[in-house]
Design a protein around this ligand. Structure first.
Ligand SMILES: Nc1ncnc2c1ncn2[C@@H]1O[C@H](COP(=O)(O)OP(=O)(O)O)[C@@H](O)[C@H]1O
Ligand SMILES: [Mg+2]
Length: 279
């Protein structure tokens, strides 16, 4: 597998001014590596089928520090879910390593909770029970503690009055709020989010993005968030990592401009589109 040719990437980044770009070393260990919470080093992940090996990710290097929100953006099929699933412990590296607090990730754990596009709620349990259930089973809280914690988490996502509802009685946005409350209540060391708002309409999506940012501010959560939506990547992440396809490789890392003037954010969006070959 040849290493990535970075000349085009650097041209695109050089040609757009007014955007604060940082760390464009490609596939080199990034900032904060020494005190990082999550460390991904030369990670290659492959899928095996008879007579076929798909290299989904090739030599990924990335570090995430406690309290950071890092987004990965890339087109469909570029390996975003593969990366998140490896961090979750669902997949094993073909080469390289992925470490949480210096320890290799080898299996799923309640230290790393995943929020998927599909809410994954148990249909026969109420919103409150859905949030409390994993607290009892994985965090070993007693019923009273779990219910108290679940109620607080549901209140934080604005669902206090709906805690006795079953999933089929909730809207898509409300169901996703329950799944976010469930994840936050577990107080994972890192929250892994795989396109959690992709199935929602634009207005609900915007609201949930705002709510997630508020929750992160409130809890100082560490978030690893993947999306194909460039605006969402800029809005949610402090840092935005751009992933190319076939195989998935990091082609750029940018400091998010979210909060700057709209034209600066637009420039950053255009820049990422160019990097991804969309424009
Ligand atoms: N279980 C699997 N078996 C074989 N190939 C897979 C499997 N899952 C994903 N792939 C392939 O790996 C690549 C990356 O997929 P994925 O991580 O799902 O991308 P993304 O989340 O960015 O859309 C794609 O080429 C996809 O077809
Ligand atoms: Mg995916």
């Amino acid at each position: 597998m040849p290493d990535l040719d970075t000349s085009n990437t650097n041209d695109i980044l050089d040609n757009i001014s007014g955007v604060n770009i940082k760390n464009i070393g490609i596939n080199a260990p990034k900032s904060h590596a020494e005190n990082a919470l999550l460390n991904i080093r030369d990670l290659t992940v492959q899928y095996y089928a008879p007579n076929k090996i798909t290299v989904a990710l090739y030599k990924i290097n990335l570090s995430i520090t406690q309290g950071e929100r890092v987004t990965i953006v890339g087109q469909s099929g570029c390996g975003k879910s593969t990366l998140l699933n490896t961090a979750a412990g669902f997949l094993k590296p073909a080469a390289g390593e992925i470490l949480l607090e210096g320890k290799p990730i080898t299996k799923p754990s309640s230290e790393r909770i995943v929020v998927f596009q599909e809410h994954g709620l148990l249909p026969w349990k109420t919103a409150l029970e859905n949030v409390a259930f994993p607290l009892i089973h994985a965090k070993k809280l007693n019923l009273e503690q779990a219910v108290h914690k679940a109620q607080s988490a549901l209140t934080l996502v604005g669902l206090h009055g709906l805690q006795e509802k079953f999933p089929h009685q909730l809207s898509g946005g409300q169901k996703q709020r329950v799944s976010i409350a469930r994840a936050f209540a577990m107080e994972p060391k890192i929250l892994l989010m795989d396109e959690p708002f992709s199935a929602l309409d634009q207005i609900t999506k915007n609201t949930l993005q705002d709510e997630l940012l508020e929750l992160c501010k409130h809890t100082n959560a560490t978030v690893f968030f993947i999306t194909h939506d460039i605006r969402e990547a800029i809005k949610i992440g402090n840092r935005v990592i751009v992933l190319s396809a076939n195989p998935g490789q990091i082609i750029a890392e940018l400091d998010s401009c979210y909060g700057s003037d709209a034209d600066v954010v637009e420039k950053q969006k255009n820049q990422i589109e160019q990097l991804l070959g969309i424009k």
